[in-house]
Ligand binder design. Structure first.
Ligand SMILES: C[S@@+](CC[C@H](N)C(=O)[O-])C[C@H]1O[C@@H](n2cnc3c(N)ncnc32)[C@H](O)[C@@H]1O
Length: 254
């Protein structure tokens, strides 16, 4: 039975699992989806080394070309869609599986180490206390989407931490500084007192790379801090911290 396989590669080459390597090596056609995340050392050449039949695909292809994917399944039997991180976390790929299953084909998910789990681990905050995550996006037509403010606020007052993914466009990658600038603009609109100089955030930079860094900073320190190149991710902790979380945060402060 033809099978669509969604394969996660983890954050960098050292996290690629044996299962991912085995599946990619034997797959008849490999589509490398490179728009939902990025890695310091996983690129087209890396995947080509495992399987020569690889094509880079963009958002348009994955989101609008289900017919093409079904055609490939009919012709090639096995189709692998390969992503950085985990294929099902902070992506919309579940819709592919639902459509393929609906047409009577098989599917398989091969998880990879996700930035979501990685930053929870490296933040050392209680994994039981993370609320809904959200993405901070660049303004569109000069309009700022304040959804992230609402999500953080809702989590914050319920004693929950928030993971903030940062916008990833074809031509630009949002940095932690740009994200904090946007949060400050959101505060001017929402005026609920969430964003203030002394709030602490955790910034994960280049996670999974040899030069990764995880640092806890007060918002007032963000603009003078020398961050590494993106990708960046932010954790916005609640102020209802367990005493052990307070100690963990101190370990991440410079
Ligand atoms: C939409 S999420 C996709 C997550 C991916 N599916 C996964 O499971 O890892 C992508 C966002 O996560 C963050 N991110 C991804 N990889 C990262 C890394 N290695 N270091 C820091 N942040 C990262 C960036 O904010 C990026 O825009």
């Amino acid at each position: 039975m033809p099978t669509l396989k969604l394969i996660g590669l983890g954050l960098s080459a050292k996290f690629v699992t044996r299962e991912a390597i085995d599946e990619i090596s034997k797959c008849n056609v490999v589509l490398f989806e490179s728009y939902t995340s990025l890695s310091c050392d996983i690129n087209l050449d890396f995947i080509k080394f495992l399987n020569k039949n690889v094509i880079i695909v963009d958002r348009k292809f994955i989101e609008n070309n289900i017919k093409e994917i079904i055609k490939l399944l009919k012709e090639k039997e096995d189709v692998c869609i390969v992503t950085i991180g985990d294929p099902m976390i902070a992506t919309t790929h579940v819709s592919l599986i639902v459509e393929v299953k609906d047409k009577g084909y098989n599917f398989k998910v091969i998880p990879g180490i996700s930035v979501h789990c990685y930053i929870i681990s490296k933040s050392m905050l209680s994994s039981y206390k993370f609320g809904k995550s959200v993405t901070i996006t660049y303004p569109y037509n000069n309009k700022i989407d304040t959804t992230p403010y609402d999500v953080i606020y809702d989590n914050f007052i319920r004693g929950l931490h928030t993971i903030l993914y940062l916008d990833l466009k074809e031509d630009k990658i949002m940095t932690a500084k740009e994200a904090v600038e946007l949060l400050i603009e959101m505060e001017k609109i929402k005026k609920q007192g969430l964003i203030s100089d002394d709030r602490i955030i955790i910034v994960g930079q280049r996670l999974g790379c040899d030069d990764e860094e995880v640092v806890a900073l007060r918002l007032k320190e963000v603009f003078n801090y020398k961050f590494k190149e993106p990708p960046h991710i932010i954790v916005f902790p609640t102020d209802k911290l367990h005493f052990m979380e307070v100690e963990a945060l101190k370990c991440l402060m410079k």
